[in-house]
Design a protein around this ligand. Structure first.
Ligand code: AMP
Length: 183
């Protein structure tokens, strides 16, 4: 056991905000600086893993790409498997997928249909929830594969964009380590 873990408030100070990326008006909340700090990464994983354990996680699903960083580490910490929710065309097998709407256009997510045992309790992990579109589509996809999805964990919440509320309305409990105002 290392020294005491950094608190969520201390972790928030390690997130870098980059204005106008990837387009004007967006405040990009960049976790590169958080994960580049060993204590920042370790404490983020510690706090997420504690919550995933409390949710009874039997498997962790992480969304490409930044959900892989936190989700895989949480799965290792808990001694359970990890399911990557992938962008299209990346998996070398027949996949199941879901198309979902973005602000402009659509996107698609895919998983290995064998990845989840029927009724397995899968907890989703991603770096950030904004509108919740990615997480809602992921939950639907994981459920198509037989998962029970009742909890989602994020390092960062942008509450003004309503994603966490949307997930809760869909019956998924949401837990986040920190919030940033605005979008
Ligand atoms: P959404 O589907 O709207 O909840 O968007 C969530 C995904 O978009 C997350 O996986 C984030 O990595 C990314 N994202 C959206 N908005 C931001 C932002 N302001 N800063 C950093 N990443 C963002």
């Amino acid at each position: 056991m290392s020294a005491q873990h950094l608190s969520p408030q201390e972790l928030k100070a390690l997130v870098r905000t980059v204005p106008d990326f990837p387009q004007p008006g967006i405040q990009f909340r960049d976790i590169t600086t958080l994960i580049g700090n060993h204590r920042g990464m370790a404490a983020s994983v510690h706090h997420l893993a504690e919550r995933a354990a409390a949710a009874g996680a039997e498997k962790i699903a992480g969304m490409e790409a930044r959900g892989f960083i936190f989700g895989a580490a949480v799965a290792v910490q808990l001694g359970i498997g990890f399911v990557p929710v992938r962008k299209p065309g990346k998996l070398p097998i027949a996949t199941i997928g879901i198309d979902y709407a973005l602000e402009y256009g659509t996107d698609r997510l895919e998983i290995d249909p064998q990845a989840i045992a029927p009724g397995q309790n899968v907890v989703m992990v991603d770096d950030l929830i904004a509108t919740g579109g990615t997480a809602l589509a992921s939950a639907e996809l994981l459920r198509m594969a037989g998962a029970q999805v009742s909890h989602a964990l994020f390092v960062i919440d942008l509450p003004d964009l309503g994603g966490a509320e949307r997930l809760r309305a869909a019956g998924i409990a949401v837990s986040t380590l920190m919030e940033f105002e605005g979008d």
